[in-house]
Ligand binder design. Structure first.
Ligand SMILES: [Zn+2]
Length: 413
């Protein structure tokens, strides 16, 4: 796997549970990359002397960071003892806070997921309410695991807004204005004193999920696009997430696609998000239902009561509704136009599309594909693959867990 780091974190104000030297960090990095390895493997990967490896590994085992997990295959002589990160050290949590839901998982420090939870939530509530709910969910998971809050060593949190990564705070989030500058790390630290808290944009953690455990494993340059209540992109460049100078690279939802378009939550006119995301799709369907333009959508509106969701548009499309088809195509075209710009600028090998609106079906994807192909240069699209992500809600929580692994072991020497 690419992009696995053990990072110097002093500029990020983390308290860090597990302190290691540079050499020890290199061993941890090798373990993260390869899973279970022997001392001989470490020698091959680092070029260090046998004696040096024996010493460093012993220190890591004494600290409780590594453990021997059985015997490998013999290459002549004694079978080598295999090493792994000590899964009994404690636990890490991945939290994906979406506009309308919280998805969460508890994993051991090797990344093995032991519990998952998903609940509906409204992120427009105050951060105290939403994060308080998250804290309670984590406490419940710890209890179910038979462990204490002190054994939670890391919490990775994805939030649906622009995150200043170094500080772990949201800056002018259109969807959740009350969260502006809220100290998310400090909030969690009061309940989970041993944990490092890493906060990132929700789409970035999804991209990390794809990179480390999904279709993005082994890819160097790809884009993950989330289409839900909002629209955003996570950019993987050279095998690493690209956050840009301030942390908001990939915030494509506020690129203008129609100067005469509707007003966006951010205050501008005709943003991609305001024109093509879930609420815009639902809104257009409501109009078609009320004006009688689409009898099928009108019937669904009547069944639902007073609202239509993007999935109603998907269902109407499957029933052969022409208007539903046009709504989906129009949304796909606008998203495709912005992605065509990204393709020209960044030349990714893959674009993975995820988020709640993907349950609209393949029409959305084919409209996106068609537009990107029409609007980009042949060289950029010759091998370009545009596909739905198949990780679903797993992408976010998995990415949040992997994100914390970059900060769990702190290099100090
Ligand atoms: Zn906007």
């Amino acid at each position: 796997m690419s992009g696995v780091n053990v990072t110097r974190t002093s500029n990020l104000e983390f308290n860090t549970p597990f302190i290691v030297t540079h050499q020890q960090a290199e061993i941890i990095r090798a373990l993260r990359r390869r899973g279970v390895i022997s001392r001989t493997d470490i020698a091959r990967m680092t070029g260090w002397s046998r004696a040096k490896i024996t010493t460093e590994v012993s220190v890591l085992i004494d600290k409780g960071f590594l453990k021997e997990v059985g015997d490998g295959t013999s290459e002549g002589g004694r079978r080598p003892r295999l090493l792994n990160i000590n899964n009994e050290l404690g636990y890490v949590i991945g939290v994906d806070i979406g506009a309308t839901s919280i998805d969460m998982a508890l994993a051991d420090v090797c990344g093995r997921v032991m519990q998952r939870q998903s609940v509906p939530a409204d992120v427009r509530n105050s951060p105290e309410v939403v994060l308080g709910h998250c804290s309670q969910m984590i406490l419940d998971m710890a209890l179910a695991q038979g462990t204490s809050p002190e054994k939670i060593y890391a919490i990775g949190v994805g939030v649906p807004g622009p995150v200043e990564f170094a500080r772990g705070t949201l800056v002018a989030p259109p969807l959740m204005p009350e969260w502006e500058n809220f100290p998310i790390r400090q909030f969690f630290r009061t309940t989970f004193p041993s944990a490092i808290i890493v906060v990132d944009n929700d789409v970035n953690i999804m991209a990390i999920g794809e990179l480390r455990a999904g279709q993005g494993v082994g890819l160097d340059d790809f884009i993950y696009v989330k289409i839900g209540t909002g629209i955003g992109a996570g950019i993987v460049s050279n095998g690493k997430i690209h956050r840009g100078a301030n942390g908001c690279a990939g915030d494509i939802g506020h690129i203008c696609v129609d100067k005469q378009g509707t007003m966006c939550r951010c205050g501008n006119i005709g943003c991609l998000e305001a024109m093509a995301a879930g609420p815009a799709i639902a809104e257009r369907a409501m109009v078609a239902a009320r004006t009688g333009e689409s009898p099928i959508l009108a019937r669904r509106l009547e069944t639902n009561g007073s609202f239509l969701r993007p999935e109603d548009v998907g269902a109407a499309f499957r029933e052969g509704d022409r208007v539903a088809c046009e709504i989906i195509q129009s949304s796909g075209r606008m998203i495709g136009e912005v992605l065509a710009g990204l393709v020209s600028f960044f030349n990714p090998s893959h674009i993975f599309v995820g988020g709640g609106v993907t349950n609209l079906g393949n029409q959305l994807l084919s409209s996106i594909r068609q537009t990107v192909l029409q609007r980009s240069l042949p060289l950029a699209t010759r091998h370009l693959i545009i596909d739905y992500s198949n990780m679903g809600t797993e992408a976010g929580v998995t990415g949040a867990i992997f994100l914390t692994f970059d900060y769990l072991f702190y290099v100090s020497d």
